[in-house]
Structure formats: structure tokens, C-alpha cells
Design a protein around this ligand. Sequence first.
Ligand code: CTP
Ligand code: CA
Length: 225
Amino acid sequence: GGAPSGPKPLAGRRVLVTSGPTHEPIDPVRYIANRSSGKQGHAIAAAAAAAGAQVTLISGPVTIPDPVGVNTVHVESARDMLAATESALPADIAIFAAAVADWRTADAAGQKMKKDGKSPPSLALVENPDILATIAAREIDRPALVVGFAAETQNVVDYARAKLAKKGCDLIVANDVGGTGVMGGDANTVHLVTTDSVETWPTLPKVDVATRLVAHFADLLAHKG
Ligand code: CTP
Ligand code: CA
């Protein structure tokens, strides 16, 4: 017997997903990170595979397992994530669920930094490349459907609209991370934001959000022809 097989709306399609945090080195033993668990992005990759897609998942450092049936590429930093994402093209749908570190240290130390009895070191930071905006702006191999995520603690829909315009993606999945329990938790409340529409979904387990998102993306792609 095998697993029950449902409809395969993404059969023959290629899907790219970024997921998890990135780690930006300070020195060989320390890094800058964030609270992303990768649960939502990994669940989307698994749901896309279940829908018949050929899936590449570019994962930052997470503690959850690689989804079954998905080609998972492990990276650490934002710059590595960008390179791996570009290498995974072409794709029909690209979904940017990673919580990419906005900044990295200007110059990571080559050796472990030591307390020297003087004042604590200050970290000079520089901005990381925007992976979503870079892929959305491509003239060659731009995926037909480019989806961004926006984790916000206030003005969720307004900020999502601004991000949609700034990054040039087709859709933003906005989630409210203001309450406790979303980052690392198993449930998510999302708003699907385009230039002229907002659809708010009920709070659902992240795996159910993933299944519904993938079905929605498959519909959008089918209507793009
Ligand atoms: N993103 C990305 N590369 C970055 C920063 C963000 O690909 N260097 C993507 C995220 O994966 C997400 C979307 O851009 O899909 C929005 O990320 P977010 O952190 O909400 O937006 P920022 O533009 O970084 O704005 P801010 O953090 O200041 O709100
Ligand atoms: Ca950010």
C-alpha cells in the first residue's frame, strides 16, 4: 500500500522555499540569530511536495528534520542563502518564508574574541542582501509567482502592502507575531495581501496554513497560464 495520494495540482511544477533563521558570524564561536523555528516554511515545502511539485528547500539552521520528499539545502548566513536560492532557479513558485537576518557584522573576527579587561567590543553591522527583492527583480528566470512573508507586531496589513511594493513580489503572507507563541509555536494567523485585496484566515495549525497556502498558490499559478 503507500500513502494515500490526493490531487496533485503542482505536478510537473518546481517550487522553491526559503525557511528558518540565518546565522551571521561574530567570531568562530558566536553569531547573530533570531527566533524563527522554520516550522511554517518547512511545512509549506512538505505541502508543495505532497501536491506533486519538485521542491527545493533552502533552510537556515533549524532543529526540525528535513521534510520527506524535498531536496533540502542547508545554509548558515544570508549571503549563503542568496547564493543557494539563485542556484535553485528556475522555479515556477518561490516562497520566501525565511527570517533572514537584516544585518551581519561588517567584519567577523577570525579568532574567538577574548575579554581583555577593557571595555566590551562594539559590533559594526552592515545590511544583508534582500533575497526576496533580488529574486523578484530578476529579468531572467523570475518565478511566475513570488511570495513574501511579513512578520509584524503592529499595523500588519499596512506594513505588508508597503513591503509588497518595495520588494516587487506578487503576494505577501502577513502574520501577526505581536502575541506570544507564534514564533516557534504551532499555530499561525495570516493575512494574504496583494495590491488590491486582503484575505484574513482563521488561526490554524501551521501545517494546515501550509496546505491551504499551497492550494491557493497552485490556483494562482494555474490562472497565470
Ligand atoms: N527577506 C529576504 N531577505 C532579507 C530580508 C527579508 O528574503 N535580507 C524576505 C523574508 O524572507 C520575507 C520578506 O522578505 O519574505 C519580508 O521580511 P521582513 O523581515 O518582514 O522585511 P524587511 O524588508 O527585512 O523589513 P523589516 O524587518 O525592517 O520589517
Ligand atoms: Ca527583516
